[in-house]
Write a protein that binds this ligand. Structure first.
Ligand code: FE2
Ligand code: FE2
Length: 144
């Protein structure tokens, strides 16, 4: 699914106000997720041992999955009509990340720097489009 491509390695995604969904708790979770991804970026770029990369990758997955659950429960609580499609996007990413980590733990050397490129692009696109779609509705219901 992912190919090793050192030329694709680059700067980590950095959270700024353009990513804000105007709900403090969810913004904080996105920030922590970006930090974990930056840590993974560093671990891979610095050629850290596989066990350490896997540990950091595990942390990224945990942050992502717990954030997805928290976000979905907000959306459910406030009757967000796009919840099913949103959840589907989360599930697809969680499955892809879990599959990558399992194969990494199993000693498959093909863990890709391009995973980072993919993951950062996914996060950017998802937050800027899919996540931002719930802001107005939740804000209108008094959630900030
Ligand atoms: Fe989301
Ligand atoms: Fe999110």
């Amino acid at each position: 699914m992912f190919n090793r491509d050192p030329s694709a390695m680059g700067q980590s995604l950095w959270w700024d106000q353009s990513f804000s969904v105007h709900i403090a708790e969810l913004d904080h979770q996105h920030q922590r997720l970006f930090l974990a991804v930056a840590e993974l970026n560093d671990a891979i770029r610095m050629g850290r041992a596989d066990s350490m990369v896997s540990e950091v990758l595990e942390k990224v997955i945990e942050h992502a999955i717990s954030h997805f659950a928290a976000e979905e429960s907000f959306l459910q609580q406030y009757g967000y009509p796009g919840l099913a499609a949103h959840r589907h996007e989360h599930e697809k990413l969680a499955q892809q990340l879990t599959k990558v980590n399992l194969s990494y733990i199993a000693g498959n050397p093909d863990i890709p720097s391009s995973l980072l490129v993919f993951l950062q692009k996914w996060l950017r696109d998802h937050i800027l489009t899919t996540d931002k779609e719930y802001s107005a509705l939740l804000n209108a219901r008094g959630v900030f």
